[in-house]
Design a protein around this ligand. Structure first.
Ligand SMILES: *[C@@H]1O[C@H](CO)[C@@H](O)[C@H](O)[C@H]1NC(C)=O
Ligand SMILES: *[C@@H]1O[C@H](CO)[C@@H](O)[C@H](O)[C@H]1NC(C)=O
Ligand SMILES: *[C@@H]1O[C@H](CO)[C@@H](O)[C@H](O)[C@H]1NC(C)=O
Length: 572
């Protein structure tokens, strides 16, 4: 016997629909009324009041628009809910309250592998690929920098831990086996420290001591980057897209030759990039380029590059409201047919970060879904790259390690494929990662109540290790706060000290020191399966040894201050 079940979601939506319809009706009446009033007033020739009334009419227009939008989205929800009910009834499942998910992103979803810091062992990278695919990735944006097996006159660029050609081939086969497209990335203007730091290429620098960007007026500049591109292309046969970087060329037009050049910065940028873009086009490869150098260009000028490139528009903040110049999307829409977006899953908070704030990156991706849903209709978004920066530049310390960021990859990909991130999805993703059911994506405090969770994904031990490290970082910051509040020179010199605050700082120091010392003896074992010795050495020195040294020098100072604070003279 078929029992009629009441679906509360549908009833709720239907009631809301009725209420909104009523408000809509009322607003229309009011609006018509106010229009009539304002027209009447205008004909009586009173100049000021009609303006006010028009404003009121505008306000009603606004309200009306909002009501109309709500009405539309409720209608959509009702349709979706009906579909769900049909499906659920057929499968005879208990009713699940599904939220509307209309902002799912259906284009390419690329995970960016920034290998210019902490390149993982190739076996590990290959082990991770099926997980990327399962979580929702469709491809990889691979920035090799100095770990690509460059040859001949570029061999000098190779880092000691660079990959071999066989590694790259194995990696590409694994990507294909997991249905992941690969887009290689080679910087071609700025961020060329890995090239320009070498004496062999120093003469190509725009600015004598800056190793970041090329001089666009040096005749050897373009051939040099084409040489890099061709070697990378040769190992990536059949790629459809190639990313040529092109971001943050900060010191463009500063050398004596470029300063004398009548062309402005944008023109020099186009002058340098055009032959590179054409080179790829001629090989039937579509170039992709970071967009930031073009954000303020007038549309006529953007059209110069329009037919040549698909820009990748990046932004990593958690709130992108007002982030871009107000008319930028309009201009991009007129100049380009297709673009890419870039969000972030790591490496976008501080150059020294270790712990990945997942909630921050989920918000960033939600913001992107919102932006994409409102783009001019003419603008097609081919895909979104989730960037995962390993260092802010070639010289910077390492920021978050890839294994510590895998949960963030999973959550960000889920955000894009599901179009939202709610309690249910947080739980199911945690389960997928082997994290505890109560796992939270917004972890703010790392005090004694925080116990770094364990997972089951590849490299999860590193994720947990970083959780412990963050507790020590939390102590470091806590001590610095106490010092800035209660242990300034005046306070110390006059012995006007709070015993409580000094002891708190001392306790935090002892606590942090204990954590770091334990991590020092564990790091090798945990990092060993994923990283080679040079990466481990660097990480341990920057992240652990530095902290131990800091706490070790603080400890006796605070011990001394505590004695002073305990003395009678301290209480005046
Ligand atoms: C540079 O020149 C081009 C072409 O004349 C112009 O469209 C553009 O706005 C200029 N850019 C800057 C930064 O002044
Ligand atoms: C994670 O696993 C370790 C080792 O098995 C265990 O000591 C620790 O308590 C676990 N952490 C949590 C939060 O369950
Ligand atoms: C510092 O640690 C000691 C030993 O655990 C404890 O007795 C004391 O209350 C702590 N002091 C502060 C201010 O937290």
């Amino acid at each position: 016997m078929k029992i009629m079940r009441i679906n509360y979601t549908n009833v709720g939506i239907a009631v809301s629909l009725l209420v909104v319809s009523f408000i809509f009706f009322k607003l229309s009446q009011l609006k018509n009324h106010s229009r009539t009033t304002s027209i009447t007033l205008q004909t009586t020739g009173r100049a000021v009041e009609p303006l006010i009334k028009d404003k009121a009419a505008d306000l009603f227009d606004d309200q009306l628009q909002k009501a109309q939008d709500t009405l539309e989205s409720l209608k959509r929800e009702l349709v979706l809910a009906r579909k769900d009910t049909v499906k659920e009834n057929r499968m005879d499942q208990p009713h699940v309250d599904k939220k509307k998910r209309i902002l799912r992103f259906n284009g390419q979803r690329l995970v960016h592998l920034d290998l210019k810091g902490a390149p993982t062992k190739m076996d590990y990278l290959i082990q991770v690929l099926p997980h990327f695919q399962k979580w929702g990735a469709t491809g990889l944006l691979v920035e090799y920098e100095d770990v690509f097996p460059y040859k001949a006159k570029y061999e000098v660029l190779r880092a000691k831990n660079s990959y071999s050609e066989a590694d790259i081939k194995r990696f590409l086969e694994a990507a294909t086996a997991n249905d992941l497209i690969v887009i290689p990335l080679v910087q071609t203007f700025g961020h060329l420290e890995f090239v320009l730091k070498h004496k062999e290429f120093a003469h190509l620098r725009e600015t004598e001591h800056f190793t970041n960007s090329l001089c666009p007026n040096n005749k050897e500049s373009v051939p040099m980057v084409l040489g890099l591109i061709d070697q990378v292309l040769a190992l990536h046969p059949g790629v459809k897209w190639f990313h040529i970087g092109g971001d943050e060329v900060w010191n463009i037009k500063t050398c004596s030759v470029c300063q004398k050049d009548a062309r402005n910065k944008s023109e020099l940028f186009v002058h340098h990039m055009t032959p590179i873009l054409t080179h790829l086009k001629n090989k039937q490869v579509t170039p992709v380029m970071w967009d930031d150098m073009m954000r303020n260009w007038p549309v006529e000028y953007l059209k110069e590059l329009g037919p040549l490139v698909e820009p990748m528009v990046w932004a990593y903040a958690s709130d992108l409201t007002g982030y871009y110049p107000p008319d930028m999307w309009q201009r991009y829409g007129e100049a380009f047919k297709t673009i890419w977006a870039a969000s972030a899953f790591k490496g976008a908070t501080h150059p020294w970060s270790n712990f990945v704030p997942i909630g921050f990156h989920v918000k960033n991706n939600l913001n992107w879904l919102n932006i994409i849903s409102k783009l001019p209709a003419t603008l097609q978004v081919n895909g979104i790259a989730l960037t995962g920066w390993s260092r802010y530049d070639h010289y910077a310390t390492l920021c978050e390690l890839l294994p510590a960021a895998l949960p963030s990859v999973a959550y960000c990909l889920q955000t894009l494929t599901q179009g939202n991130m709610d309690e249910e999805l947080i739980k199911s993703t945690a389960k997928e990662l082997g994290l505890p059911e109560e796992f939270r994506i917004n972890q703010g405090r790392f005090n004694d109540l925080y116990h770094p969770p364990n997972g089951t994904f590849p490299g999860h031990e590193i994720f947990t290790l970083v959780g412990h490290l963050e507790k020590a970082v939390y102590d470091t910051r806590g001590v610095a706060n106490l010092q800035q509040g209660w242990m300034l020179d005046r306070e110390v010199e006059s012995k006007f000290l709070s015993y409580f605050q000094v002891e708190s700082a001392y306790n935090k120091t002892v606590h942090g020191l204990k954590i770091l010392t334990a991590l020092q003896s564990e790091a090798e074992r945990v990092l060993g399966p994923v990283y080679d010795d040079s990466v481990i050495k660097e990480w341990v020195k920057d992240k652990l040894d530095g902290g131990v040294k800091h706490f070790n020098s603080l400890k006796p100072q605070l011990e001394e201050l505590r004695k002073v604070a305990a003395g009678e003279e301290g209480k005046q």
